[in-house]
Design a protein around this ligand. Structure first.
Ligand code: ATP
Ligand code: LTN
Length: 331
């Protein structure tokens, strides 16, 4: 069975973008692949997190993974901070990457360009990819399912794995990023040229999975579109309606072409109303399960089992790395 691995940061409320670009695909892969899924809470520290909120967001994220249908019997689900080997390998790999490579990462460049005049960027954001490389390489996954924005980090993991293998001998499998063809980048509903992101300040263009259902519907109804009233997928010239078509297609399991046909001659109003209904139904389903899961100790049990299993794999790999690089002095 091929292996897959991915993680999500608990940096805020989970968005429809996270759900479509990451969580929903994970659920669909779990029968076919050996899945390792974790909450990247070490990565979330690269931006200040209010401790109480971080705790809530972390529990919510786990509960949402489960509510969306991840089955802990099939998937290893754990908190990154529970497996210390991530940080340890992150250090070694950070010593093998150049400042130039890290400076070319788009996520770093984006965050750096958004800084105010007197703000300086944290070193954590700069070093972020090394920790992510460790997350990936510790487990030898064949595939890393991520949204479009994370493809570059996965490619770096591949480069670093190759570098390590050629310097010290074959140690890491070369992972491949897996970006969904539709839904890899869900855009902000108010500014469809920007990614829907949970760390954005305003929430009008972003649907949260735990949004009140009526609020989520209103956000769809007030999504920015163009003025020609034709429902056609053309991300370059019609980013707003194309984004809505992607969301509709993923949630309804209908192809974009069949939706274009279904809505030929219809105005945007009807299309948005139907989509609002589809989104509302999907959220309702998840929220009902979320409310059951968030109570009691189920989450803690799942995390404990997941961490035990992940730790076992990670320790073996780290021990191998430490032998090869000469850190371990026992013969
Ligand atoms: P931030 O906005 O704080 O950077 P994020 O939501 O982009 O957060 P993560 O929580 O780590 O970052 O993302 C988890 C997964 O969701 C990643 O695989 C990412 O590529 C995917 N993802 C995030 N936003 C979107 C989006 N708008 N469309 C599709 N996939 C997304
Ligand atoms: N950087 C990713 C989250 C993440 C991740 C990973 C994804 C951390 N470690 C390992 C895949 C594999 C993000 O910002 N979405």
């Amino acid at each position: 069975m091929k292996r897959m691995l991915s993680g999500i940061k608990p940096t805020g409320r989970v968005t429809l973008g996270n759900y479509i670009g990451a969580i929903k695909p994970f659920v669909s892969y779990q029968d076919e692949y050996e899945m390792i899924v974790f909450v990247a809470n070490l990565h979330s520290m690269t931006i200040y997190q209010e401790p109480k909120e971080l705790r809530k967001n972390t529990r919510d994220l786990i509960a949402l993974y489960l509510a969306a249908g991840l089955d802990p019997e099939k998937v290893t689900l754990f908190l990154q901070s529970d497996v210390l080997e991530h940080a340890q390998l992150g250090w070694y790999l950070g010593c093998m990457v150049s400042m130039g490579e890290l400076s070319r990462m788009t996520q770093y460049k984006d965050k750096a360009s958004k800084l105010g005049k007197n703000e300086s960027i944290g070193a954590g954001i700069f070093n972020y990819p090394s920790l992510m490389n460790a997350d990936i390489l510790l487990y030898d996954p064949d595939y890393v399912p991520v949204g479009e924005d994370q493809k570059q980090h996965c490619e770096l993991a591949r480069d670093i794995a190759e570098r390590f293998n050629s310097r010290y001998s074959e140690t890491f499998k070369l992972p491949e990023p897996l970006v969904p063809k539709v839904g890899g980048k869900i855009m902000d509903l108010q500014d469809p040229t920007k990614k829907m992101s949970k760390s954005e300040q305003t929430s009008k263009g972003c649907i949260y999975i735990l949004d009140d259902i009526q609020v989520s519907k209103k956000k769809i109804m007030s999504a920015v579109t163009d003025s020609d009233n034709h429902i056609i997928y053309d991300p370059e010239n019609k980013p707003g309606i194309s984004n809505l078509l992607s969301i509709y297609s993923i949630l309804s399991k209908k192809s974009i072409a069949s939706l274009e046909e279904q809505y030929q001659g219809c105005g945007y109003g009807q299309f948005k109303k139907d989509l609002a209904e589809v989104v509302g139904q999907e959220l309702q389903k998840i929220q009902d399960r979320y409310h059951e899961i968030i109570q009691g100790s189920y989450i803690d049990d799942v995390l404990k089992n997941g961490a035990d299993h992940a730790r076992y794999m990670a320790r073996k790999k780290l021990a191998k790395v430490e032998r090869k690089i000469g850190i371990t002095i026992k013969k």
